[in-house]
Design a protein around this ligand. Sequence first.
Ligand code: ZN
Ligand code: ZN
Ligand code: ZN
Length: 210
Amino acid sequence: ILLAQHINQWCYSFCRRLALLFLTAAQHHRRAMEDFIHFSAFFVIGVVYSTFIEYWGHRAMHSPKLRNLHDHHMVHHKRNYGKGVMLEFAKYLLFAAFSCCIPLSIFGPASIAQPLNVGVVLTAFWSAYCHQWQHDHPPEHQHFWYMESPVHHVHHKYDMLHHNFGMCVDWWDHVFGTYVKHEGAWSDNSKAGAVERSMNKPALWHVKWI
Ligand SMILES: [Zn+2]
Ligand SMILES: [Zn+2]
Ligand SMILES: [Zn+2]
């Protein structure tokens, strides 16, 4: 009887321990899931913020009221030439740092600042990559990944002053009614750009498409 009692007790404590283990594992899993959802949510907000700034920043450059910015951007339009992914990224990063990352890191809670800043910085890089790609417009890929009509390429190809202000996404052009799709064949065009490219020494980390 003593042995039976002993075994009984052992079984009881074993089961209890096992149940506890499962419970903490489930709790841990739930917390990890919550963390993941929390991170993704603020990451997405960072991406949305960046693309919104990209759209309105570029649109502001087309406003004659902002004289210096406008004139500077018109030079970019005349040359139709990308500076290279890394130089463009550095420029966006500088703006992102002062408009969002630094103040958010100082004044916002880390749980929000971290995922949001990751979203902002990755989008800035992606945007720089997309900018270069759409200026070089490699003839072997005429549409860009998820954009059948690459907005920034079309913006420069037709020297648009009032349309297609997006670069890595075309959402905001759709939202604000400035979207224009490229129709027909891509008869090229970018020869002028190519000549200038070959005359310039290659920019820092310039992705060579051609
Ligand atoms: Zn422009
Ligand atoms: Zn531009
Ligand atoms: Zn451009």
